[in-house]
Design a protein around this ligand. Structure first.
Ligand SMILES: Cc1ncc(COP(=O)(O)O)c(C=O)c1O
Length: 409
């Protein structure tokens, strides 16, 4: 048994951006390992299953390392399911807002757990699951996503699965209506799933569990598992991991269920960056800051930050705003006028052509969402690790002209 002392603080980054050829998404092995150890500590101490939500990060060449710590993956499509099964090879839990009949057999081949978004989809596919399980002697567990109708989003419906008109999950009224119409509708469903958080802490989870127990409590004891979804910042230094462990243990004991968690961002939280180089600096008399043009594209490589500019995008060595002497706006190297980060950043030293600019938290939900818009060079994927006595950049993947061409036709 590990003690509370096992919850170590995040080690400092050892990255030397000057040693990285840009543009590059850089994952620091030590920092990723730190997150994984923390997650494994939670699963060991609480006795729960922790899955990597591949939608947040799916750099499969590193799955060999990740699977030493986590029990499997959570996926959202047939392609993710295949990749998870081929490269992670343990439990593959799928949830999708809707499954296509022509893909469903392949999904069953690759998944251990299938979570449905509606009773209609469950009714449509339950027979197929039963027949497939019998024929292939594979016990596939099915579950239903619920919508607990409890929002933690501050006005960002983009990240709020419980927004008033959300399509995600079954509300209590629909749940009870379906049971009233067919008391056997839950037969064959062994779990329920909810996902309602975005970068939240264990206090919000506690509030949510209280709310869910009040609404769905009487059904919980009949289940085998409850999946608490993702969106918890478990690997942040300020997250109270011991409180999370207590919550999970109490819930398990009270209802006699397994608990599953499926963090995405938390797996790579603060363990990677997007490293860019300055290509040019534009100074205009009538613009009260300089514009640094980088060898990345905000549009193509930092999509989430473009879609939701209020998301915090930290730049190493700079502060957001004008506090320091040298003030910059960063622009991407596509020809789209809006391919820029509107917020200003300031440095205590002047930037010059060739300098590196390091975007913190550049991995989660960025690497998986990139495009090859404008034919802009896709950043390499790089692992920063200790090789012998020195830290060095080990390139995992370089993107070539052929990758661009294949996507275009
Ligand atoms: C169903 C589901 N599970 C897990 C996650 C992972 O969430 P996060 O990356 O915030 O931990 C998401 C994210 O959208 C999700 O939709």
């Amino acid at each position: 048994m590990q003690s509370i002392g096992a919850i170590k603080k995040r080690p400092a980054s050892t990255l030397n951006p000057g040693k990285v050829q840009t543009p590059a998404f850089v994952i620091e092995e030590d920092l990723l390992k730190h997150n994984l150890e923390r997650l494994q500590y939670v699963s060991d101490m609480a006795g729960c299953t922790i899955l990597l939500a591949m939608k947040a990060w799916a750099t499969w060449p590193l799955f060999g390392m990740v699977k030493k710590y986590l029990s499997g993956v959570e996926v959202s499509s047939l392609n993710e399911a295949r990749l998870g099964f081929e490269e992670f090879g343990q439990k593959v839990h799928i949830y999708s807002p809707a499954y296509k009949p022509e893909e469903f057999h392949e999904i069953l081949k690759n998944c251990s757990h299938v979570i449905f978004n509606s009773f209609a989809q469950w009714r449509q596919f339950r027979r197929t699951v039963k027949d497939f399980s019998r024929k292939n002697k594979k016990n596939i567990e099915c579950g239903l996503r619920i919508n607990p109708e409890m929002s933690f989003g501050e006005g960002e419906d983009m990240y709020n699965p419980c927004a008033v008109d959300s399509r995600l999950g079954v509300r209590l009224s629909e749940f009870e209506k379906a049971l009233a119409e067919d008391p056997k509708v839950m037969d064959g469903l062994s779990g329920i799933h909810f996902h309602i958080f975005f970068e939240r802490d264990e206090q919000d989870l506690e509030k949510a569990l209280y709310h869910i127990e009040k609404r769905f409590g009487k059904y919980l004891k009949q289940l085998k598992w409850v999946n608490f979804g993702g969106g918890q910042k478990i690997t942040d230094d300020n997250y109270d991991v011991e409180a999370l462990i207590r919550l999970i243990k109490n819930f398990k004991k009270k209802y006699g269920v397994e608990v599953h968690l499926e963090p995405g961002a938390a797996v790579v939280w603060q363990s990677g960056t997007l490293v860019a180089s300055v290509l040019d600096i534009i100074e205009s008399e009538d613009v009260p800051y300089s514009i640094a043009i980088l060898d990345i594209s905000f549009e193509a490589h930092l999509t989430d930050f473009m879609l939701t500019p209020s998301l915090n995008l930290r730049v190493r060595g700079a502060v957001e705003g004008r506090e320091n002497k040298y003030v910059y706006q960063f622009g991407g190297c596509s020809c789209l006028a809006g391919d820029r980060r509107e917020q200003l950043y300031s440095f205590s030293q002047k930037l010059k052509v060739g300098d590196r600019v390091v975007f913190e938290d550049g991995i989660q939900y960025s690497l998986v969402k990139t495009t090859m818009f404008n034919g802009i060079q896709h950043p390499d994927i790089v692992l920063w690790k200790k090789i012998g006595k020195e830290y060095a950049a080990k390139r995992i993947r370089k993107f070539e002209y052929e990758d661009f061409k294949k996507r275009m036709g």
